[in-house]
Write a protein that binds this ligand. Structure first.
Ligand SMILES: [Zn+2]
Ligand SMILES: [Zn+2]
Ligand SMILES: [Zn+2]
Length: 343
Protein backbone atom coordinates (compact mmCIF):
# COMPACT_ATOMS: atom_id res chain seq x y z
CA UNK A 1 0.00 0.00 0.00
CA UNK A 2 1.49 3.32 -1.03
CA UNK A 3 0.21 6.69 0.06
CA UNK A 4 1.00 9.96 -1.63
CA UNK A 5 1.50 13.00 0.61
CA UNK A 6 -2.18 13.94 0.74
CA UNK A 7 -3.38 10.37 1.28
CA UNK A 8 -0.82 9.97 4.02
CA UNK A 9 -2.02 13.25 5.57
CA UNK A 10 -5.68 12.28 5.49
CA UNK A 11 -4.92 8.82 6.84
CA UNK A 12 -3.36 10.49 9.88
CA UNK A 13 -6.30 12.85 10.12
CA UNK A 14 -8.66 9.89 10.20
CA UNK A 15 -6.72 8.38 13.11
CA UNK A 16 -6.55 11.79 14.82
CA UNK A 17 -10.32 12.09 14.59
CA UNK A 18 -10.78 8.63 16.03
CA UNK A 19 -8.63 9.49 19.10
CA UNK A 20 -10.40 12.82 19.37
CA UNK A 21 -13.83 11.15 19.46
CA UNK A 22 -12.70 8.64 22.08
CA UNK A 23 -11.14 11.26 24.30
CA UNK A 24 -13.17 12.90 26.94
CA UNK A 25 -12.40 16.19 28.63
CA UNK A 26 -12.50 14.55 32.04
CA UNK A 27 -11.99 10.79 31.98
CA UNK A 28 -9.50 9.81 29.32
CA UNK A 29 -8.08 13.13 28.23
CA UNK A 30 -4.77 11.39 27.51
CA UNK A 31 -6.25 10.22 24.19
CA UNK A 32 -5.96 13.83 23.03
CA UNK A 33 -2.19 13.39 23.09
CA UNK A 34 -2.30 10.96 20.16
CA UNK A 35 -4.79 13.16 18.37
CA UNK A 36 -2.37 16.11 18.60
CA UNK A 37 0.55 14.07 17.23
CA UNK A 38 -1.49 12.78 14.31
CA UNK A 39 -3.17 16.11 13.55
CA UNK A 40 0.21 17.80 13.45
CA UNK A 41 1.51 15.05 11.18
CA UNK A 42 -1.42 15.68 8.85
CA UNK A 43 -0.81 19.45 8.80
CA UNK A 44 2.90 18.92 8.16
CA UNK A 45 2.24 16.69 5.15
CA UNK A 46 -0.28 19.13 3.67
CA UNK A 47 2.26 21.95 4.07
CA UNK A 48 4.80 19.75 2.27
CA UNK A 49 2.34 19.11 -0.54
CA UNK A 50 2.03 22.89 -0.98
CA UNK A 51 5.84 23.16 -1.09
CA UNK A 52 6.23 20.34 -3.63
CA UNK A 53 3.62 21.90 -5.86
CA UNK A 54 5.60 25.15 -5.87
CA UNK A 55 8.96 23.47 -6.40
CA UNK A 56 10.06 19.87 -5.65
CA UNK A 57 13.27 21.08 -3.97
CA UNK A 58 11.39 23.13 -1.36
CA UNK A 59 10.57 19.98 0.56
CA UNK A 60 14.26 19.48 1.50
CA UNK A 61 15.77 21.23 4.44
CA UNK A 62 19.00 22.24 2.77
CA UNK A 63 18.09 23.11 -0.81
CA UNK A 64 21.71 23.74 -1.85
CA UNK A 65 22.99 20.37 -0.71
CA UNK A 66 20.45 18.05 -2.30
CA UNK A 67 22.43 17.81 -5.55
CA UNK A 68 25.28 16.10 -3.66
CA UNK A 69 23.11 13.47 -2.02
CA UNK A 70 22.05 10.71 -4.38
CA UNK A 71 19.79 8.59 -2.26
CA UNK A 72 16.43 10.25 -1.76
CA UNK A 73 16.10 8.63 1.66
CA UNK A 74 19.30 10.39 2.83
CA UNK A 75 17.96 13.82 2.00
CA UNK A 76 16.62 15.58 5.06
CA UNK A 77 13.12 16.97 4.52
CA UNK A 78 11.93 20.19 6.15
CA UNK A 79 10.57 20.24 9.66
CA UNK A 80 7.15 21.58 10.56
CA UNK A 81 8.15 25.15 11.44
CA UNK A 82 10.32 25.62 8.37
CA UNK A 83 7.62 24.16 6.13
CA UNK A 84 5.16 26.67 7.60
CA UNK A 85 7.58 29.56 6.99
CA UNK A 86 8.30 28.49 3.42
CA UNK A 87 4.63 28.10 2.58
CA UNK A 88 4.08 31.63 3.79
CA UNK A 89 7.23 33.37 2.57
CA UNK A 90 8.32 31.44 -0.52
CA UNK A 91 4.99 30.18 -1.82
CA UNK A 92 3.14 33.36 -0.89
CA UNK A 93 0.20 31.55 0.71
CA UNK A 94 -1.92 33.79 2.90
CA UNK A 95 -2.45 31.60 5.97
CA UNK A 96 -4.74 34.15 7.61
CA UNK A 97 -5.76 33.38 11.19
CA UNK A 98 -4.88 29.72 10.59
CA UNK A 99 -1.17 30.53 10.88
CA UNK A 100 -1.53 31.09 14.63
CA UNK A 101 -3.45 27.83 15.01
CA UNK A 102 -0.79 25.90 13.10
CA UNK A 103 2.01 27.46 15.14
CA UNK A 104 0.20 26.58 18.35
CA UNK A 105 -0.38 23.04 17.12
CA UNK A 106 3.34 22.65 16.35
CA UNK A 107 4.35 23.96 19.75
CA UNK A 108 1.95 21.64 21.53
CA UNK A 109 3.15 18.68 19.48
CA UNK A 110 6.73 19.43 20.59
CA UNK A 111 5.68 19.58 24.20
CA UNK A 112 3.84 16.28 23.88
CA UNK A 113 6.73 14.64 22.07
CA UNK A 114 9.73 15.93 23.98
CA UNK A 115 8.70 17.18 27.38
CA UNK A 116 6.67 16.21 30.36
CA UNK A 117 3.15 17.20 29.50
CA UNK A 118 -0.03 17.87 31.38
CA UNK A 119 -3.14 16.91 29.46
CA UNK A 120 -5.83 19.50 29.85
CA UNK A 121 -8.90 18.20 28.03
CA UNK A 122 -10.50 21.59 27.47
CA UNK A 123 -7.32 23.10 26.07
CA UNK A 124 -6.67 20.16 23.77
CA UNK A 125 -10.22 20.08 22.56
CA UNK A 126 -10.18 23.71 21.54
CA UNK A 127 -6.68 23.43 20.03
CA UNK A 128 -7.77 20.45 17.97
CA UNK A 129 -10.97 22.14 16.78
CA UNK A 130 -8.91 25.07 15.53
CA UNK A 131 -6.37 22.71 13.98
CA UNK A 132 -9.05 20.76 12.12
CA UNK A 133 -10.33 24.06 10.82
CA UNK A 134 -6.81 24.99 9.63
CA UNK A 135 -6.43 21.59 7.95
CA UNK A 136 -9.68 22.08 6.08
CA UNK A 137 -8.45 25.48 4.95
CA UNK A 138 -5.18 24.00 3.65
CA UNK A 139 -6.93 21.15 1.89
CA UNK A 140 -9.93 22.94 0.41
CA UNK A 141 -8.80 26.51 -0.15
CA UNK A 142 -5.06 26.29 -0.66
CA UNK A 143 -4.72 22.90 -2.35
CA UNK A 144 -8.22 22.98 -3.93
CA UNK A 145 -8.84 19.33 -3.03
CA UNK A 146 -11.91 17.63 -1.64
CA UNK A 147 -12.35 14.98 1.04
CA UNK A 148 -14.64 13.16 -1.39
CA UNK A 149 -11.64 12.40 -3.61
CA UNK A 150 -9.98 10.44 -0.80
CA UNK A 151 -12.71 8.10 0.29
CA UNK A 152 -10.29 5.17 0.33
CA UNK A 153 -8.37 6.79 3.22
CA UNK A 154 -11.00 8.83 5.04
CA UNK A 155 -14.65 7.87 5.33
CA UNK A 156 -17.68 10.10 4.89
CA UNK A 157 -18.43 9.46 8.58
CA UNK A 158 -15.12 11.05 9.58
CA UNK A 159 -15.83 14.02 7.35
CA UNK A 160 -19.36 14.28 8.69
CA UNK A 161 -17.91 14.19 12.18
CA UNK A 162 -15.55 17.05 11.36
CA UNK A 163 -18.56 19.07 10.29
CA UNK A 164 -20.99 17.97 12.96
CA UNK A 165 -18.84 18.07 16.02
CA UNK A 166 -20.20 21.28 17.41
CA UNK A 167 -16.92 22.75 18.53
CA UNK A 168 -15.08 22.03 15.30
CA UNK A 169 -18.13 23.11 13.37
CA UNK A 170 -18.47 26.39 15.21
CA UNK A 171 -14.75 27.11 15.01
CA UNK A 172 -14.87 26.53 11.26
CA UNK A 173 -17.98 28.68 10.88
CA UNK A 174 -16.64 31.60 12.82
CA UNK A 175 -13.34 31.38 10.96
CA UNK A 176 -15.09 31.64 7.61
CA UNK A 177 -17.21 34.46 8.98
CA UNK A 178 -13.99 36.20 9.99
CA UNK A 179 -12.58 35.79 6.50
CA UNK A 180 -15.68 37.44 5.06
CA UNK A 181 -15.57 40.26 7.60
CA UNK A 182 -11.87 40.91 7.04
CA UNK A 183 -12.56 40.74 3.31
CA UNK A 184 -9.85 38.11 2.78
CA UNK A 185 -12.69 36.15 1.17
CA UNK A 186 -15.50 37.70 -0.85
CA UNK A 187 -18.96 36.35 -0.23
CA UNK A 188 -20.94 35.28 -3.30
CA UNK A 189 -24.20 37.22 -3.28
CA UNK A 190 -26.73 38.16 -5.92
CA UNK A 191 -27.92 41.76 -5.87
CA UNK A 192 -31.41 42.08 -7.28
CA UNK A 193 -34.14 44.68 -7.68
CA UNK A 194 -32.39 47.90 -6.62
CA UNK A 195 -29.99 46.73 -3.91
CA UNK A 196 -31.55 43.69 -2.26
CA UNK A 197 -29.02 41.04 -1.34
CA UNK A 198 -29.71 37.36 -1.94
CA UNK A 199 -27.32 34.98 -0.18
CA UNK A 200 -27.55 31.58 -1.90
CA UNK A 201 -27.12 28.26 -0.09
CA UNK A 202 -24.53 25.66 -1.04
CA UNK A 203 -26.61 22.70 -2.30
CA UNK A 204 -23.99 20.24 -1.03
CA UNK A 205 -23.59 21.25 2.62
CA UNK A 206 -26.53 23.61 3.09
CA UNK A 207 -24.50 26.52 4.47
CA UNK A 208 -24.46 30.08 3.13
CA UNK A 209 -20.66 30.19 3.00
CA UNK A 210 -20.32 30.64 -0.74
CA UNK A 211 -17.45 32.78 -1.94
CA UNK A 212 -16.23 34.09 -5.23
CA UNK A 213 -13.40 31.69 -6.04
CA UNK A 214 -10.01 32.26 -7.64
CA UNK A 215 -10.74 31.51 -11.26
CA UNK A 216 -13.78 29.56 -10.10
CA UNK A 217 -17.04 31.39 -10.19
CA UNK A 218 -18.50 30.06 -6.91
CA UNK A 219 -16.61 28.20 -4.20
CA UNK A 220 -18.09 26.87 -0.97
CA UNK A 221 -15.78 27.79 1.91
CA UNK A 222 -17.36 25.16 4.09
CA UNK A 223 -17.37 21.96 2.04
CA UNK A 224 -15.08 22.92 -0.85
CA UNK A 225 -17.66 22.42 -3.60
CA UNK A 226 -17.11 24.47 -6.75
CA UNK A 227 -19.72 25.67 -9.21
CA UNK A 228 -19.23 27.11 -12.69
CA UNK A 229 -22.00 29.64 -12.16
CA UNK A 230 -25.28 30.12 -10.34
CA UNK A 231 -27.16 27.99 -12.86
CA UNK A 232 -24.75 25.10 -12.27
CA UNK A 233 -25.28 25.52 -8.51
CA UNK A 234 -29.07 25.45 -8.93
CA UNK A 235 -28.89 22.32 -11.09
CA UNK A 236 -27.36 20.51 -8.09
CA UNK A 237 -29.86 21.95 -5.62
CA UNK A 238 -32.03 18.84 -5.25
CA UNK A 239 -33.63 20.02 -2.02
CA UNK A 240 -34.59 23.31 -3.71
CA UNK A 241 -32.93 25.27 -0.88
CA UNK A 242 -32.47 28.32 -3.09
CA UNK A 243 -35.89 28.16 -4.68
CA UNK A 244 -37.61 28.17 -1.26
CA UNK A 245 -35.28 30.85 0.00
CA UNK A 246 -35.97 33.03 -3.06
CA UNK A 247 -39.74 32.69 -2.68
CA UNK A 248 -39.53 33.54 1.05
CA UNK A 249 -37.18 36.42 0.40
CA UNK A 250 -39.35 37.93 -2.34
CA UNK A 251 -42.55 37.28 -0.39
CA UNK A 252 -41.20 39.15 2.62
CA UNK A 253 -40.37 42.18 0.47
CA UNK A 254 -43.71 42.29 -1.33
CA UNK A 255 -44.75 45.88 -1.92
CA UNK A 256 -41.24 47.16 -1.19
CA UNK A 257 -39.55 46.13 -4.41
CA UNK A 258 -39.02 48.66 -7.22
CA UNK A 259 -39.10 46.20 -10.09
CA UNK A 260 -41.72 43.56 -10.95
CA UNK A 261 -41.09 39.84 -10.40
CA UNK A 262 -41.95 37.39 -13.19
CA UNK A 263 -42.70 33.68 -13.37
CA UNK A 264 -39.85 31.70 -14.89
CA UNK A 265 -40.72 30.01 -18.19
CA UNK A 266 -38.26 27.24 -17.36
CA UNK A 267 -38.97 26.27 -13.73
CA UNK A 268 -42.31 28.07 -13.30
CA UNK A 269 -41.27 29.67 -10.01
CA UNK A 270 -42.21 33.30 -9.70
CA UNK A 271 -38.61 34.28 -9.02
CA UNK A 272 -37.32 36.08 -12.13
CA UNK A 273 -35.73 39.24 -10.76
CA UNK A 274 -33.96 42.26 -12.17
CA UNK A 275 -30.17 42.46 -11.67
CA UNK A 276 -29.14 46.13 -11.48
CA UNK A 277 -25.42 45.42 -11.97
CA UNK A 278 -25.84 43.94 -15.45
CA UNK A 279 -29.26 45.43 -16.24
CA UNK A 280 -30.44 41.91 -17.09
CA UNK A 281 -32.82 39.44 -15.42
CA UNK A 282 -32.27 36.11 -13.71
CA UNK A 283 -34.35 33.38 -12.10
CA UNK A 284 -33.24 32.93 -8.47
CA UNK A 285 -34.70 29.40 -8.42
CA UNK A 286 -33.06 27.80 -11.44
CA UNK A 287 -30.39 30.33 -12.39
CA UNK A 288 -31.69 30.88 -15.94
CA UNK A 289 -30.42 34.19 -17.27
CA UNK A 290 -32.60 36.51 -19.29
CA UNK A 291 -31.89 39.46 -21.54
CA UNK A 292 -32.12 43.18 -20.94
CA UNK A 293 -35.38 44.99 -20.25
CA UNK A 294 -38.05 46.08 -22.64
CA UNK A 295 -41.34 47.69 -21.59
CA UNK A 296 -44.84 46.30 -21.70
CA UNK A 297 -46.94 48.22 -24.24
CA UNK A 298 -49.99 47.86 -22.01
CA UNK A 299 -48.88 48.59 -18.43
CA UNK A 300 -45.45 50.10 -19.12
CA UNK A 301 -43.61 47.81 -16.69
CA UNK A 302 -40.08 46.67 -17.52
CA UNK A 303 -39.57 42.95 -18.28
CA UNK A 304 -36.93 40.71 -19.85
CA UNK A 305 -37.40 40.67 -23.62
CA UNK A 306 -37.38 36.85 -23.69
CA UNK A 307 -40.54 36.41 -21.64
CA UNK A 308 -42.58 38.89 -23.66
CA UNK A 309 -45.75 37.76 -25.41
CA UNK A 310 -46.85 39.53 -28.56
CA UNK A 311 -50.43 40.27 -29.52
CA UNK A 312 -50.65 40.69 -33.31
CA UNK A 313 -53.65 42.05 -35.19
CA UNK A 314 -55.33 39.45 -37.42
CA UNK A 315 -55.62 42.04 -40.19
CA UNK A 316 -52.44 44.09 -39.99
CA UNK A 317 -49.10 42.40 -39.11
CA UNK A 318 -47.59 45.81 -38.31
CA UNK A 319 -50.15 46.32 -35.58
CA UNK A 320 -48.87 44.46 -32.54
CA UNK A 321 -48.20 44.96 -28.85
CA UNK A 322 -45.52 43.51 -26.58
CA UNK A 323 -47.17 42.31 -23.39
CA UNK A 324 -45.86 41.33 -19.98
CA UNK A 325 -47.14 37.95 -18.65
CA UNK A 326 -49.67 39.70 -16.44
CA UNK A 327 -51.18 41.77 -19.25
CA UNK A 328 -51.02 38.75 -21.58
CA UNK A 329 -53.11 36.77 -19.10
CA UNK A 330 -55.82 39.46 -19.25
CA UNK A 331 -55.67 39.32 -23.04
CA UNK A 332 -58.23 36.55 -23.51
CA UNK A 333 -60.96 38.33 -21.56
CA UNK A 334 -60.34 41.80 -22.95
CA UNK A 335 -62.62 43.27 -25.64
CA UNK A 336 -59.74 45.38 -26.87
CA UNK A 337 -57.98 42.32 -28.23
CA UNK A 338 -60.86 40.64 -30.02
CA UNK A 339 -59.12 40.70 -33.40
CA UNK A 340 -55.67 39.92 -32.05
CA UNK A 341 -53.74 36.66 -31.70
CA UNK A 342 -51.28 36.06 -28.89
CA UNK A 343 -47.86 34.60 -29.71
ZN1 LIG B 1 -20.87 23.62 0.72
ZN1 LIG C 1 -36.43 29.39 -13.08
ZN1 LIG D 1 -47.99 44.69 -18.68
Amino acid sequence: MTFDLVENALHSLREAISYYTEADEGQNADQFKFSVLLTCHCAELLLKEILVRNHPALIYEDIDKIGNIDREADRQTVGYRLALLRVKNLCGVDLKQYEDYLVELGQTRNTVQHYKCVIDGVFYKSLLSKSFSAIEYLLLDVLHLNFEDYLSVISPDDIAFLHKDTKAYNARKSDIQKEFEQKTAIRYIIIYDAKTKFKPYCPICGTQFLAKGDGIEIHCKFCGANFDNYQDLCSQDRSCLNSFQALRDIGRRKGHLCMPIYPCPKCESKTVVYLPETATWECLSCGTEFSESIYCDECGEPMPADITQIAISDFDPDDYKKLCPECASKFASSDEYIDYTLN
